[in-house]
Design a protein around this ligand. Sequence first.
Ligand code: GTP
Length: 520
Amino acid sequence: MAEQQSDVKQQLANAVKARKQLEDTYESQFKILSQFVSRLSLACKGIDIDLDNKLARLRQEFAKGTDLEKILPLVESAVETLKTLESRQLSDLKKAQSTLTDAGKLLQKQRGLPDQLRRDLRDLLSKVEEPSATVQAFLPHLTHLTELYQAALATKQQSEQAEQGNTTEENKYQAICKQISVELTNLLSELAFEGKYGQDIEKIRLTLLSDVSIEALLESCLRTIEIIIASVTDERQSAQHFLLKLNEALTGVQQAVVSSLNTSNNIKEKMLLLNQQIEQQITNLTADTKAATSLEQLQSLVSTKLSAITCSLRDKEQLEKDERELMLTTLRHMESRLADLEQEAAQFKKRLAEQKFRSLQDALTELPNRAAFDERFELEIRRSQRYGKPLAIALADVDHFKQINDNYGHSAGDKTLKVIAQALKQSLRETDFIARYGGEEFVILFPETQLSELKQPLNNLRERIKKIPFKFKDKNVPISISFGATEFKSSDTNRAAFDRADEALYEAKRAGRDLVVLKS
Ligand SMILES: Nc1nc2c(ncn2[C@@H]2O[C@H](COP(=O)(O)OP(=O)(O)OP(=O)(O)O)[C@@H](O)[C@H]2O)c(=O)[nH]1
């Protein structure tokens, strides 16, 4: 019995031990499960708030070591939530796939993508179309697509910047064209040709007044060069013509002198012969009279000899007359040739003088032009420096002149310039100097004048222009003019003084136009 008892005891101890081992194993497995669930729940955290809460509760219960039976409902509830999440994820997956595909295809449609970018995009799209288990699987694709978008955007920006660069280039280009067109217009105003070239020049000038294309500008430049060359050739021909005439006249005179000399020598020889003949006749007469024996013989001898001598004397007289006439004809001929030549030379001189004058005169307004102004400005500066007298300079610019051209045509604009030029000129003193500087801009030099003395006269000029009753297309058009003026300083260069007057003019324009601004 005792043996039996000890056996049972042993079995019990074994059973307890086995149970203990079982419990330990269960406990450790529960611990592992609890840790796993806790880690898994933490890993899932953030996907869904409801799931997060449920998993948090599960973690707590596991941590507390709550019985599995109590935990099971919590697990089931979490499983439900997971199921909902799974179906949501599935739809998200499809959505992500289609969104990525759409975004990729949209990018494919963009023009101007680099070839490599296009190839990468194609690869990416084929990967996106492959079935995927999770939304996360699309993350690398999404990153890749974002990179491709960035690259495409950078390419686009670069091309836009290049385009902007092109526009600034274009603007610069247009500004240069405008400048060339203004310079060419100024040059044309100095080329005051009449006749055949006059019309051509006017045509070019009118072309330049509108917004010219580069082709038209080039054509105008070429045509101007052609006209200059043709007129230089004409001038050379006219100078050659004059020299040829001179040569011709001189040859004529020389020939006349030679022929008159020859004739005169001829006459002299004839005269010598005649003289000898007369002398001989007188000698013969003397000898014959001595030899005469009767009065009748003497009478008939003398009468025959005298008539021969008279005849010779008449011949001599005729010869002398001929000689005088010949001389006179030659002289007259020479005189007329020289008179022709003189006339030709006078015309040639006049043309040269005119050309010199024209090259300093603006054809439209007949005022001195820019070249004349430059010459005069130099001179007045030297004078003012030599005598220590002040010199003032003013720039005048017609306000909104472009509108006159645009609204009433260029010939109305031209007429306006002519009238304003005349009005300005008439209002100035003899000693003042006005020139058309170009376009609708005039420059005036006021010798022996201080800047402070200019305000009133310039305002008078301004008022006078404003009062001119311009009328275009039956409409009264008020026209005003702005002035900018300064005084030449000893430290100034010509350019500096001019630029200061220009700045003053700019200020007058900015301040509303129809104004006089003085800048010391
Ligand atoms: N009819 C005519 N127009 C000219 C002549 N020379 C220049 N122009 C024109 O004068 C105009 C000058 O215009 P802008 O420089 O814009 O100046 P604006 O319209 O007078 O304006 P503000 O000076 O700012 O008041 C341009 O349209 C030129 O084409 C010319 O000899 N005859």
